[in-house]
Design a protein around this ligand. Structure first.
Ligand SMILES: Cc1cc2nc3c(=O)[nH]c(=O)nc-3n(C[C@H](O)[C@H](O)[C@H](O)COP(=O)(O)OP(=O)(O)OC[C@H]3O[C@@H](n4cnc5c(N)ncnc54)[C@H](O)[C@@H]3O)c2cc1C
Length: 400
């Protein structure tokens, strides 16, 4: 496989670099550098979302007719790589990457006309109501109940681990509309306005001290039947389609940046006798091993991209990318914590807020290493745990 860029792709890369250079403000760059999970805080990701929207580049994966860019798959990959290299803030995936494609496939014309432009502009901010206490991997066992009453459903129950529900004004949600048959058969996919009376959002604080996830409670929440996506009791089909878009994507460029940061940190920190951690052959071998694995992932991402050029969905390949990408991220995080040595000890929550005037203790990149290590442990759990992804690959790819 020839990984050198074709001249037109090199020209596109230069155009993207020029745009990033002139558009990324110092506060956007800071927000990107301080991001320690998949999510950049709402107030920090929105200015970047709006700048991309103004340029027409906020939804590269959408078809052009809905406001996408019309880029080739290679151009999308180049764009994602350049954003990772520039350490832009992360755009929230729940609307643009997850709910958007679902509405395009299963939504009514009215739903598409109303929601898609608001996703693009950032006017609507989405959260995902799939998991419940006791229903994560075994998602089909979910119990949050919706009962038809005239033109509404009345919803009672709870959702958990709902990322950014504290910021979202919309939720796409799986509810149980029938408990009589197989669990998969009584589920309905519905769009909920988060301002509806009866919804309560309770924070869950992560190990790193961040407020990213929540538990959401529904107490007689009335949602119009017109907000249903797909048929009643056929939400499982819609839910599974969405998960293909939740998993996967291009993670190698961001991992490469992570590995470079580890190399820089380990080259700086003295370990005694004038040596640094990079002079330790065991550490250097671990880092090199990880860098080789990232290269292999990059080539796999390219391979899957070119297969998708023919219009196929990601399918079970998204399970492989999700598993490799999240496990590689955890390896990078472990090496980063090893590289910063005693700077792993102080809790620098105040210094790592955007706009903070608290001086970091140690190198600037050191203060995000431990929160990233802690937050990214979740990578192999959310979006379907990696064990479950391995089950999917065993069945659908290996035919076991
Ligand atoms: C930070 C974070 C953010 C999240 N954000 C959201 C969100 O925005 N919206 C949302 O709906 N959900 C969200 N989730 C929930 C996430 O999707 C679930 O945590 C995940 O599906 C796992 O479910 P569980 O936590 O119930 O664990 P369980 O399903 O109870 O799993 C426990 C362990 O058992 C293993 N296991 C379970 N079943 C099998 C099996 N069949 N074979 C092999 N091993 C198995 C799992 O791999 C895991 O190690 C988030 C989770 C986290 C941690």
């Amino acid at each position: 496989m020839d990984l050198a860029l074709a001249p037109e792709d090199a020209a596109f890369r230069d155009e993207v670099r020029a745009f990033l250079d002139e558009t990324l403000t110092e506060s956007m760059r800071e927000a990107g550098r301080l991001t320690t999970s998949v999510f950049t805080d709402y107030h920090d990701n929105m200015p970047w979302h709006k700048a991309l929207h103004a340029k027409g580049w906020v939804a590269p994966s959408w078809p052009k007719e809905y406001g996408g860019t019309g880029w080739t798959d290679m151009q999308k990959y180049i764009f994602a790589s350049e954003c990772a290299r520039a350490e832009t803030p992360h755009i929230a995936p729940m609307g643009l990457r997850m709910c958007g494609p679902v509405l395009m496939k299963y939504g009514t014309q009215q739903q598409k006309d109303f929601y898609l432009p608001r996703m693009l502009s950032g006017e609507d901010y989405w959260c995902q109501g799939y998991s419940e206490p006791g229903s994560g991997s075994d998602l089909a066992s979910l119990q949050c109940k919706a009962v038809r009453d005239g033109d509404d459903y009345v919803i009672n129950g709870t959702k958990i681990w709902t990322t950014h529900a504290q910021f979202a004004n919309r939720m796409f949600c799986l509810v149980r509309t029938d408990g009589s048959g197989k669990p998969q058969q009584g589920i309905t996919f519905i769009l909920i306005d988060m301002d509806t009376p009866g919804i309560k959002v309770e924070p869950i604080i992560t190990m790193a001290g961040d407020h990213e996830v929540n538990q959401v409670f529904f107490d007689d929440v009335r949602v119009p039947v017109a907000n249903r996506v797909g048929e009643e009791n056929d939400g499982w089909t819609v839910a599974k389609y969405l998960l293909e878009f939740e998993r996967g994507g291009s993670s190698a460029p961001g991992l490469e940046i992570g590995a470079q940061k580890v190399r820089a940190l380990a080259s700086k920190e003295a370990t005694g006798n004038g040596a640094t951690l990079m002079d330790d052959p065991a550490f250097a071998a671990k880092l090199a091993d990880t860098e080789i694995a990232i290269k292999a992932l990059e080539i796999t991402e390219h391979r899957i991209l070119s297969a998708m050029s023919s219009g196929q969905n990601p399918g079970p390949a998204s399970s492989m990318l999700k598993t490799c990408g999240t496990e590689m991220r955890q390896r990078i995080d472990e090496l980063a914590v090893e590289a910063i040595q005693h700077y792993a000890t102080p809790d620098q929550k105040d210094a790592r807020m955007t706009g903070s005037n608290v001086e970091p203790i140690g190198p600037a990149d050191a203060m995000t290493a431990v929160p990233a290590y802690l937050n990214n442990r979740a990578g192999s759990i959310y979006g379907g745990s990696n064990e479950v992804q391995r089950n999917i690959m065993a069945k659908l790819v290996l035919g076991l």
